[in-house]
Design a protein around this ligand. Sequence first.
Ligand SMILES: [Zn+2]
Length: 248
Amino acid sequence: MFIIYLCIFFLGASLASFINATLYRIDKGYQYPTIVTKNSFCEKCKKPLSWVQLIPVFGYLIYGGRCKYCKTFVRLYYPISELLLGLSFLLMYLYSIPFYFFIIVIFLFILSYYDSISMSVPRIIVHILLITSILIFFFFQFIPLNIIVPLIIGMFLLLVNVIKKSFGFGDILILFSVGILQTPKQMVCTFWLGVLIALLYSIIIIIRKKIDIKKAKIPMVPFFSVAFVISLIYGEALVEMLLKIFRI
Ligand SMILES: [Zn+2]
């Protein structure tokens, strides 16, 4: 059994590593087929990475997060995102989450990459996610009740934006896309948990880097993505527990 779990974790982590590398190359203007065929190399010294360095998560740990040759620090985003996609795949497999959620999670992973690098998401990918979600909704789920919470959250965020621009329109569309595939309780959990994790993260970077709170700008998609996977599995139970604690 353990071997199967390990394989599924590495499937997710390797996919994460592959997507990160591919998006990086697209960003740098590589042409097909070099986008997929070229060996990975260090951004600084241009030396090719060894197979040990290429092992998701562990390659980073073994070399202490630095390039083997020139000791340049590797962006922490890579091992963390690999770890998270690996864990997400493993948890979703263990809890028998339907296959189409894996597709949604991969979309969120791609969008998180862009959001974390440029604080914006490519509109075209958001639109493809939206269409995919709507198709899944009609073909596999069709629970009209599920639309209510994402609609309310979407309108709430648009309203917040009128007062002070806080959420990108991309964020709102992404939340709507993932929300229609979750139960109302799961969706409430995705939203608030995402906001909570983002808040914790901003407190940490404000303290560590001593940034002005008004200038601290953080990408929301990675946090909503993590919250989405947690809510798929524990959302119902978490919200039930909170309702019981507050006796609602
Ligand atoms: Zn190097």
